[in-house]
Design a protein around this ligand. Structure first.
Ligand SMILES: [Cu+2]
Length: 115
């Protein structure tokens, strides 16, 4: 009897630790979303260079009180005016280096490298 109880206890312990492990994985998943976001703040793109894999959707979010835009060189994508708190998303389905600028402040530039 004692052995059976011990085995049941062991199984429970494994199940409980298994659940805790899954929670940790979910947290990591949420954090991996962040690298695909470019913040626009202080009249700059952060990060200025972002490397992603093909098929990734990149989101730009304007944190500045000033309006900004995200315009790709060659106009592959263009956000239009982004006011404070507004965001723009673009999915990169082809590999390559995609440079972009703010149409209002040309000194603001960044690039997305798609592998
Ligand atoms: Cu701007």
């Amino acid at each position: 009897m004692k052995t059976k109880l011990f085995i049941v206890f062991l199984i429970l312990a494994v199940l409980i630790s298994g659940c805790t492990g899954q929670k940790a994985v979910t947290k990591t998943d949420n954090m991996t979303e962040k690298p695909n976001t470019v913040l626009i703040k202080g009249f700059a793109f952060d990060p200025a260079t972002l490397t992603v894999t093909k098929g990734t959707t990149v989101t730009w979010k304007n944190m500045d009180s000033a309006s900004h835009t995200v315009v790709a060189t060659g106009n592959a994508f263009s956000s239009g005016n982004l006011n404070n708190g507004q965001s723009f998303a673009h999915t990169f389905n082809e590999t390559g280096t995609f440079e972009y600028k703010c149409g209002i402040h040309p000194s603001m530039s960044g690039k997305v490298i798609v592998n």
